[in-house]
Design a protein around this ligand. Structure first.
Ligand SMILES: [Zn+2]
Length: 405
């Protein structure tokens, strides 16, 4: 039987309330019903109903609070609510050039297992890509005596243009094909709900949950590794754009008809700043130079190699230009430069800061804070796991039967 519009609206309202209550409990270690009602400015009866539903779905549990003071009129000990960590096992997975990093966490985000799955090829067909994800998840699950069937959800972070809402990847440097509907392909190999998302957005999520973005309303995360990514958090929410391609900072043009980018266009920022661009540039200027990593270029520059210093210097200048544009566009509280590679010094030097300052149009207030955060692929995967917990929560809340409250 079709539900009436009015009852549909009331179901949506009830789910929104449940999610607000769940998010509030997640943001605290443990909290009482009365404190939730007061924080969310809603009635105790509404909170009691929502928490009963969340307990029945296994998302939260009751725990004893401190015993009441002798002087207190209340005789009963306080009951607090917290996330039920053991209820669901979720996975976060980050696809890098040489490996897929997996982290398994409980529902409170506590890491239970981690695994790095080496990749034979940096670019894969969608079918090989999904099979490799399955293998990596199996290996990680086996570490704690679990199987794929024990997972309640997995989130996959990938570089490129991703429509996260529809599990659709328009383009990624990890894939041999464009416009792949992973909503169709992932269920063939992965038995649990899977959510694919732009990797820089997942780093922004990780920064918001566990890093420098905690407590900030408006901040940007610039990721620098093989390419250059951007995560935008505005008013506490991740901004994805209308088609999921709203933060392609790496493909912002910094040079008319400039260097060839891996996206196929010319003059993109990452064609000057990304790992591959620096290594390519070194090889172009001197055939005898054969750096394999950015760390090699650093070592050369440090030992007085003028060419290496000049390649890093140009990258810094282009980067400074890009960052000043971001400040002009967003006026953020903070910009977090996040990367796993050794050394971001050339992107954080005094020369780059001068370049940023000279490109920022508001000269009357100090620059937003610019922080550098080094973290490895496991931290990217942790951001993916945080996203998986969020998405599994939404699915479980939707699954609560209508008669539960
Ligand atoms: Zn590009």
């Amino acid at each position: 039987m079709l539900k009436s519009k009015a009852s549909q609206t009331s179901i949506e309202q009830r789910n929104t309330t449940r999610m607000r209550v769940l998010d509030h409990i997640r943001s605290r270690d443990s909290v009482s019903r009365i404190d939730i009602a007061s924080a969310l400015q809603t009635s105790p009866a509404t909170v009691t109903s929502a928490t009963a539903d969340l307990i029945s779905a296994g998302l939260i549990k009751e725990v004893p609070g401190d015993p009441p003071l002798k002087s207190s009129k209340r005789g009963r000990p306080r009951v607090l609510l917290q996330l039920d960590g053991g209820s669901y096992l979720v996975a976060g997975l980050k696809v890098a050039r040489h490996a897929m990093s997996v982290i398994l966490v409980d529902f409170q985000g506590t890491p239970l297992a981690s695994y790095n799955h080496p990749l034979a090829d940096a670019q894969m067909t969608p079918e090989v890509f999904v099979r490799t994800i399955r293998d990596a998840l199996q290996e990680a699950s086996a570490q704690i005596g679990k199987t794929l069937e024990d997972l309640s959800g997995v989130s996959i972070g990938i570089a490129g243009l991703v429509d996260a809402e529809n599990n659709f990847v328009h383009w990624s440097s990890s894939l041999t094909e464009r416009n792949i509907d992973f909503g169709q392909i992932l269920p063939k190999e992965i038995p649990c709900p899977a959510f694919i998302e732009n990797d820089a957005n997942l780093v922004a999520k990780a920064e918001q949950h566990f890093g420098y973005g905690k407590g900030l309303k408006n901040f940007l995360v610039v990721t620098i590794e093989h390419g250059v990514g951007l995560g935008i958090v505005l008013d506490g929410q991740l901004y994805r754009g209308e088609r999921g391609c709203g933060a392609e900072f790496g493909h912002a043009k910094v040079q008319l008809d400039g260097a060839l980018c891996q996206c196929g266009q010319r003059g993109c920022l990452e064609a000057y700043v990304g790992d591959y661009a620096l290594i390519r540039e070194m090889t172009v200027v001197d055939q005898n130079q054969n750096p394999r990593t950015v760390a090699d270029i650093y070592d050369k520059a440090r030992s007085g190699d003028v060419m290496a210093a000049s390649v890093l210097g140009r990258a810094g200048q282009m980067f400074g230009l890009g960052i000043s544009n971001l400040i002009n566009l967003f006026d953020p509280e903070c910009i977090i430069l996040s990367g796993g590679q050794k050394g971001l010094e050339h992107l954080y030097s005094d020369e780059v800061m001068t370049r940023i300052r000279s490109g920022v149009v508001n000269v009357d207030t100090p620059l937003p804070e610019i922080k550098v955060h080094h973290w490895g692929d496991q931290m990217w995967a942790k951001g993916a796991a945080a996203y998986a917990i969020e998405q599994v929560s939404i699915l479980k809340v939707k699954d609560i039967p209508a008669h539960a409250s």
